[in-house]
Design a protein around this ligand. Structure first.
Ligand SMILES: Nc1ncnc2c1ncn2[C@@H]1O[C@H](COP(=O)(O)OP(=O)(O)OP(=O)(O)O)[C@@H](O)[C@H]1O
Length: 593
């Protein structure tokens, strides 16, 4: 019953629905007591020869009125109790989604999408079933069961009622034992479903890679193994499930047996009439549902408890990025990094060491370095996707990043991540993501600045072209440029391009960088890149290697220094010249043809 205690807040909140719902159930139970009484009386009137057309008409009218009221009460308890349970589903889903959207990347690094989706669907449904059908079954078994038992005792015979109740305690003991077994089994089945969900999600997302490598068969084998596991665990649950009904039916059979043996004896000894015995056995038949409902109740409650605990695990996970802050104002001024050492949560290895540099307001700062040198790590700390080890490691306007309201802090940045993401909607909505009601002209201007306007106009549906899973596939460079337009549209204080020009050609890169420097006078830009050309115009260039700064200065200073920057620039310039010459050759050939 633990789950009821945990859901108490909800029952309190919805007390009116539940109180009136239960009143309706009581009324239904009372209505259902009437027909057996009528049947018994009709039979006794027939056997005693007292049945008249008038009394028969009265009996029929009473039956009809009972049926109508039962119909109405049944309709309303459903609306009240099941309606409330749907609201619980909605509340839990909203809370869970809120939690998901507040959690830091580390939370997602630790968990799998399929698992989170299983929590948001299957687990919430199981809890919802506890608050809907769970309440119905327990209320019904107590109300209908209790009312039937009392009526049997009062209107027929307390002795016969007691005798037929003898097998009931065995049933309660057995069903609550099955319930405990079910809890364990259901937890395992839900966990297996999470795994399967995750596998499905990942396989679909990675279908192109799987096909390219011809791994479909092995992927299917993995899927089948997980699917078999889900079936096996659910079969175990079904085996426990299957114990409930036969046990209950056996108990009811035993009660019938006792009722017939002892009831017949009582009829013969004139303790009760034949009509009363028939009324009694009809009532006993009405005990089938309350007893089955009791079994179902134990079943639903244990499922709900297992799922509620799984949901709680997620909801109680602390966000590793603190949301306490002392300054409501938006940050402004210079950004200062003084990172002694930083390691990602859950990782002992130091990812950044002695990263000290200032980003003055209005400057453009470039960060270059080999792959894995820590460029993105610096950006992710700036955006507070992860927290630096010490609060003073990064300051914005001389204040620690942690002292700002995180939403206000992030609102200062326009971020184009390395692994850009487009939503499955129109290009227009993707660009105007931060403000869907923006004028077309503003959207077009952002697209022009990021050199994607012409490409978009070339699509049949232009800005209304749907992209992503449900729409056309875009090239890597097109996606990058749409992501840049999305960031530019907010005219952020700090624009961050994290390796966001890697998939565009040299000329497009020049165009975009020139546009940015023209329209973003007085605003800060941070550009990380592998290509030196992307940062050569920056006011300050930081060269990183193995998580630390190895060179710093302007383009000219770094060329003079003759280090990694100089060497990389030389190689990249050579490669670019070669590419240009080849392009010229191809063009020449084409014009000769
Ligand atoms: N969430 C994480 N948990 C643990 N280690 C991480 C995490 N993210 C990155 N790292 C590690 O930190 C180091 C720096 O990675 P980072 O992504 O900052 O490199 P980068 O310079 O941006 O590389 P690239 O140019 O390839 O994007 C790498 O060794 C990487 O494996």
């Amino acid at each position: 019953m633990k789950v009821f205690k945990k859901l108490w807040w909800f029952f309190k909140r919805e007390k009116n629905s539940y109180i009136f719902g239960v009143i309706m159930l009581i009324l239904v139970a009372l209505m259902e007591l009437i027909p057996p009484q009528i049947i018994g009386r009709v039979i006794d009137s027939i056997t005693q020869g007292t049945l008249t057309p008038r009394s028969l008409t009265i009996f029929i009218v009473v039956l009809l009125v009972t049926a109508i009221f039962t119909y109405i009460f049944r309709y309303y308890w459903r609306i009240l109790i099941f309606g409330a349970s749907h609201r619980l589903g909605k509340i839990l889903r909203t809370r869970m989604f809120g939690k998901f959207s507040r959690m830091s990347p580390y939370f997602y690094q630790e968990r799998r999408t399929g698992d989170l989706m299983a929590h948001a669907t299957n687990d919430i449904r199981a809890v919802q079933n506890t608050a809907g059908p769970g309440i119905l079954t327990i209320a019904d078994s107590i109300i209908t069961g209790g009312a039937v038992l009392i009526t049997m005792a009062v209107t027929v015979s307390p002795k016969l009622t007691l005798i037929t109740m003898i097998p009931l305690p065995f049933m309660v003991i057995l069903t609550s034992y099955y319930g405990k077994l079910l809890n364990r089994g259901f937890r395992k089945a839900q966990a297996a479903f999470s795994e399967l969900n995750d596998k499905t999600q990942e396989s679909i997302a990675g279908i192109k890679v799987t096909k390219t490598f011809g791994y479909e068969e092995s992927d299917q084998k993995d899927f089948k193994a997980l699917s078999d596991d889900v079936v096996e665990k659910n079969l175990k649950v079904s085996k426990i499930d299957a114990l409930f009904d036969p046990t209950i039916m056996l108990v009811i059979g035993m009660s019938y047996f006792l009722a017939i043996i002892f009831g017949a004896e009582m009829v013969l000894s004139d303790e009760i009439t034949l009509g009363q015995l028939i009324t009694f056995t009809t009532y006993l038949g009405m005990m089938v549902w309350p007893l089955l409902a009791l079994g179902m109740f134990f079943n639903l409650v244990q499922r709900g408890r297992a799922s509620y605990e799984r949901i709680e695990e997620i909801m109680n996970t602390e966000n590793d990025i603190g949301h306490d802050y002392r300054i409501e104002d938006a940050p402004d001024g210079d950004i200062s990094l003084n990172i002694g050492a930083f390691n990602f949560p859950g990782d002992d290895e130091v990812a950044l060491r002695d990263v000290n540099f200032d980003i003055r307001k209005g400057q453009t700062v470039g960060i270059v370095g080999r792959t894995g040198s820590g460029k993105s790590a610096v950006i992710r700390l700036l955006l507070r996707e992860f927290d630096a080890n010490n609060p003073k490691d990064i300051t914005y306007g001389d204040v620690s990043l942690r002292d700002y309201n995180i939403s206000n802090l992030r609102a200062q940045f326009g971020y184009v991540p390395q692994d850009h993401f487009l939503f499955s909607t129109t290009i227009r909505e993707n660009i105007a993501f931060s403000n869907p009601v923006l004028d077309d002209e503003i959207i077009h201007e952002a697209s022009r600045l990021s050199n994607i306007h012409e490409d978009i106009l070339a699509f049949t549906d232009g800005y209304e072209t749907v992209v992503g899973e449900r729409g056309v596939s875009l090239s890597g460079g097109q996606k990058q440029r749409i992501s840049i337009a999305r960031a530019l549209i907010t005219d952020p204080e700090v624009l961050i391009l994290d390796d966001s020009l890697s998939a565009v050609d040299a000329q497009t890169e020049v165009n975009i960088l020139e546009n940015i420097s023209r329209v973003r006078q007085g605003k800060t830009n941070i550009i990380t890149a592998h290509r030196i050309s992307a940062v050569s115009k920056a006011d300050l260039i930081i060269v990183m290697d193995a998580g630390t700064i190895v060179e710093r200065g302007t383009h000219e200073e770094l060329l003079d220094a003759g280090g990694w920057y100089y060497e990389t620039h030389r190689q990249q310039a050579l490669r670019q010249n070669l590419t240009d010459e080849l392009d010229d050759l191809v063009k020449g050939d084409e014009s000769n043809e």
